[in-house]
Design a protein around this ligand. Structure first.
Ligand code: ZN
Length: 417
């Protein structure tokens, strides 16, 4: 095992750890560990809500999920010699849940959860159809996930960090705040909101304190969206074996990471989210001096995905076009066509005895593939969602025998939003 340079005790809250990480982006959050190009090291990561979501059969914790507290990130890590304009190479050598024997009451290890936020508390991709709070618990055995809330399904996880990135420069941070604030101003009372402005409440900023803490807390960006620094990209293919090239915006790069997922479908459509868990990352870092300019990577990371994807060879795919459920034609709206493809898949799975929310949870958590199949055939974009047939323990393709009926079991816990 590589040297554990960033330990987290599963029995303690994020703010009671040896190193206190952060839950906002700002160039002035101090690095708490320094590594050198060429180093290999292990980092522990907390589950993104720091243990607020528990392994039970109620969705009350999701209903009241404290969005102001996320994401709890390990870091920042200063990389010796990194300067603005460099590319930071990060290799994900290994990633996994914290071993079961280390579990504590706040841990979320050995199991994970998929939640759907209530529309009044963040919503999700299909919030107009699923406006309440829901939760599914998944149990891990080796690489496999199963759930007492979704019978008849088991699948190989595609383990990855949902969030990793470098610190923004002060200029870049100011750009983010300006453009996101302008978006919010177009519809400031929208539920759920269009974006999340800086919020000092519940900010965690490493070792900062006093006036400096207050200044940074008032300026720092929320961690929900992906941005030029990488951030919460939720790319399910960031598996073991992945090499990422991050732009460096500040001296030392200040790399941070967290939001580990045992598995996720493309789009992380449930928003809260994939299969959320705490765990570890083994990383190797290196630098390409001046690489941002050399390779034209001025914004957003590029990456080479790992090669340990689940081995599924047969898929049942659903398509959708950019026409609303009410029949209104939209112009090449791929967000809408992906929604329609997902709704199509959900409708289909309900014919097998699943509730619609059970089907939604399968799409959020299993390693489904989402694709922009066509983006030019006016006026309809075509999006598709591919479900591996082998995740079901019954034949799921259409046949003359009709759909097998699964016992829906206790179903998905729900709390009224
Ligand atoms: Zn997540």
């Amino acid at each position: 095992m590589p040297e554990l340079v960033y330990p987290l005790d599963s029995t303690r809250k994020f703010t009671d750890q040896q190193y206190v990480g952060h839950n906002r982006w700002h160039p002035d959050v101090p690095a708490n560990v320094t590594v050198s190009p060429g180093d290999v090291f292990r980092v522990d990561c907390r589950e993104w809500f720091d243990g607020a979501i528990v392994n039970d059969d109620s969705a009350d914790d999701i209903l009241n999920a404290p969005l102001s507290t996320v994401h709890v990130l390990s870091g920042p890590f200063a990389v010796e010699g990194a300067e603005p304009g460099d590319l930071l190479i990060v290799d994900i050598l290994d990633v996994g849940p914290i071993p079961q024997e280390d579990s504590g009451p706040l841990a979320g290890q050995g199991w994970g959860y998929t939640g759907v936020f209530a529309k009044s508390n963040g919503g999700g991709f299909l919030t107009d159809w699923f406006p309440d709070a829901y939760k599914v618990i998944w149990d891990f055995q080796g690489q496999t996930a199963t759930s007492r809330h979704v019978p008849g399904v088991s699948f190989t996880g595609i383990i990855h960090p949902g969030l990793m990135g470098t610190a923004p420069s002060a200029d870049l941070l100011a750009k983010w705040t300006a453009r996101e604030t302008a978006l919010i101003a177009t519809d400031p009372n929208r539920v759920p909101p269009l974006a999340l402005p800086p919020l000092p409440d519940d900010a965690i900023l490493g070792t900062l304190s006093g006036d400096e803490f207050n200044r940074v807390a008032g300026e720092a960006a929320r961690t929900a969206p992906p941005r030029e620094n990488g951030g919460n990209q939720d790319i399910k293919n960031f598996t073991k074996g992945t090499r990422v090239f991050y732009p460096v915006f500040v001296p030392g790069a200040k790399l941070s990471m967290g939001d580990l997922h045992f598995s996720q479908g493309d789009g992380e459509i449930t928003f809260c989210g994939a299969i959320e868990m705490g765990g570890f990352l083994d990383l190797h870092v290196d630098l390409i001096k001046g690489g941002m300019d050399t390779y034209g990577v001025s914004e957003n990371a590029i990456f080479m995905p790992g090669n340990v994807d689940p081995q599924y060879s047969q898929w049942l795919a659903f398509s959708g076009t950019s026409v609303t459920v009410d029949g209104e034609q939209k112009y090449l709206d791929s967000h809408l066509s992906y929604q329609r493809a997902c709704l199509h898949a959900i409708d289909y799975l309900t014919k097998f005895g699943y509730s619609d929310i059970q089907a939604y949870m399968i799409l959020g958590a299993a390693p489904i593939e989402g694709r922009l199949s066509g983006v030019v055939d006016i006026p309809n974009s075509c999006s598709t969602v591919y479900i591996p047939t082998a995740i079901f323990d019954f034949p799921v393709a259409p046949s003359a025998d009709g759909p097998h009926q699964v016992d829906p079991g206790m179903g998905v816990p729900m709390s009224r939003g």
